[in-house]
Design a protein around this ligand. Structure first.
Ligand SMILES: NC(=O)c1ccc[n+]([C@@H]2O[C@H](COP(=O)([O-])OP(=O)(O)OC[C@H]3O[C@@H](n4cnc5c(N)ncnc54)[C@H](OP(=O)(O)O)[C@@H]3O)[C@@H](O)[C@H]2O)c1
Length: 295
């Protein structure tokens, strides 16, 4: 049986949908709000739910739960590794952070988790996910109205660019790895993906002017990109009531984009997808168009 954690989330939901559409797989959803019938209750903050919830799972799709301070995330992820070991899970597929993100503040819990998994008694596949294109689309969407009105799109992206991936492509890659792992285990062997780490970086890198151009294309108003300082963005993010760790991680992301280190120079994504990765430009344009039509 394949157990998918975090199915109420965007990525976990897409992975569950993809696996559920494949004939012959036994797939079980896990989520914090699970009632034990439609879905198992899987709360990384409550190890008792893991001891029960992981029972009978051969393959665990472990979706990271990174929205918290590092100490909380380490405790959560450590509890998953311990419970999966105790429950006799045979193969864990972990959704991690792309290699280009090594200098980001969120890298620490991801790399710590990868090390814990590597020392565990089960086989592991690490899916190092690139930045969701939906996040960039969100940045553009939040600023679109003001940018169209003023002709200026302001963000702390410096002159760097980031390689982004459609979340659906990351889900499709996870579905393929999980389904093939299940088939390999069912045939009495180990997964062909055992011990592999896949860097699922985007094939398209975008920066501030690319987002400004997307706003221009949808609004019909010429928009130029103007970099904002990190200090101004820190003040703005703090002012809108984000948790302190969210400010830290967002600033770190922007700082890494500005420094140019999130532009990838290779990817395993194309090898895991049946066709070309989805167009990040189209995804951003569609997001801006849907915003325009709902206004
Ligand atoms: N690659 C990127 O650009 C990027 C960006 C942001 C975050 N991430 C990471 O990727 C993960 C999935 O992204 P997403 O877009 O699906 O996020 P999302 O829609 O915000 O969903 C959050 C996820 O975290 C899970 N979660 C939170 N606390 C949990 C806990 N105590 N125990 C078990 N699960 C818990 C949720 O599971 P349930 O609600 O179903 O229990 C849900 O799957 C995030 O959690 C984060 O670690 C990646």
């Amino acid at each position: 049986m394949i157990l998918v954690t975090g199915v109420s989330g965007a990525l976990g939901g897409l992975v569950l949908a993809g696996l559920s559409a494949i004939d012959g797989l036994e797939v079980v959803p896990g989520t914090r709000s699970g009632d034990g019938e439609a879905a198992r209750r899987i709360d990384f903050d409550d190890p008792a739910t893991l001891a029960t919830g992981f029972q009978g799972a051969d393959v665990l799709v472990f979706v990271s739960a990174g929205y918290a301070e590092d100490d909380v995330v380490l405790a959560r992820h450590g509890a998953v590794v311990e419970a999966a070991s105790a429950a006799g899970v045979r193969h864990v597929i972990y959704t991690s952070l792309a290699g280009s993100g090594d200098l980001m503040s969120i890298a620490l819990p991801h790399r710590w988790t990868e090390a814990r998994l590597a020392a565990a008694p089960f086989d592991v596949t690490v899916l190092r996910n690139g930045l969701y294109a939906e996040l960039l689309a969100g940045f553009a969407a939040m600023a679109a109205e003001q940018a169209a009105a003023t002709g200026v799109f302001t963000a702390s992206l410096g002159t760097g660019r980031v390689s982004a991936v459609a979340r659906q492509d990351l889900a499709d890659a996870a579905v393929r790895v999980a389904a093939e792992t299940w088939r390999d285990l069912s045939a009495g062997g180990r997964s062909r993906h055992a011990g592999k780490t896949y860097d699922l970086e985007g094939v398209t890198a975008l920066g501030g002017q690319d987002l400004a151009d997307a706003i221009t294309g949808v609004s019909g108003h010429k928009v130029e990109y103007r970099p904002a300082s990190l200090a101004d963005t820190r003040e703005a993010l703090t002012g809108i009531g984000l948790e302190p760790y969210q400010v830290t991680h967002t600033l770190s992301l922007l700082s890494n984009i500005g420094a140019g280190v999130l532009e990838a120079h290779g990817t395993d994504l194309t090898a895991l997808l049946p066709g070309e990765p989805r167009s990040v430009h189209d995804l951003i344009t569609e997001t801006l168009l849907s915003l325009k039509h709902s206004a």
